[in-house]
Design a protein around this ligand. Sequence first.
Ligand SMILES: NC(=O)c1ccc[n+]([C@@H]2O[C@H](COP(=O)([O-])OP(=O)(O)OC[C@H]3O[C@@H](n4cnc5c(N)ncnc54)[C@H](OP(=O)(O)O)[C@@H]3O)[C@@H](O)[C@H]2O)c1
Length: 118
Amino acid sequence: MRDRPLVLITGASAGIGAEFARQYAARGWDVALTARRAERLKTLANDLKTEYGTQAYLIAQDLAAPDGVSAILDAVERTGRNVDGLVNNAGYGLPGTFFNTDWSDQADFLRVLYTAPV
Ligand SMILES: NC(=O)c1ccc[n+]([C@@H]2O[C@H](COP(=O)([O-])OP(=O)(O)OC[C@H]3O[C@@H](n4cnc5c(N)ncnc54)[C@H](OP(=O)(O)O)[C@@H]3O)[C@@H](O)[C@H]2O)c1
């Protein structure tokens, strides 16, 4: 159905992101689910389809990868749908102090928590 709104949710494979997907689905939205763990996205999509008749688009991408965001945008474009809502949820904490953390970990962190949402 094309008159249903579509929300893009990052970090939908677990926790708060998965719950956002359930809440939107329960309110009649279709969902584009992104995270790295494709199997978890698939399980969630099947549950939402069964429970609410939701159309779910699965986009398994790493937001820390330099081309992660553009790959997600390309995948959304291929659906032919407009994105009506965005939940910038993917993220995590980096343990330790800034000075004790490798730059590569800091750079990944900045891509996931700052660059990707923007
Ligand atoms: N829970 C809290 O109390 C709390 C408090 C303050 C802020 N937050 C923030 O709220 C958000 C959700 O928290 P949560 O507790 O639901 O965390 P969670 O259960 O650990 O889930 C994090 C989600 O982010 C995704 N993710 C992490 N790194 C990623 C990457 N490089 N590329 C793509 N996806 C990535 C994970 O998917 P994959 O591993 O499958 O990629 C997962 O779906 C996070 O941004 C967190 O920092 C949470």
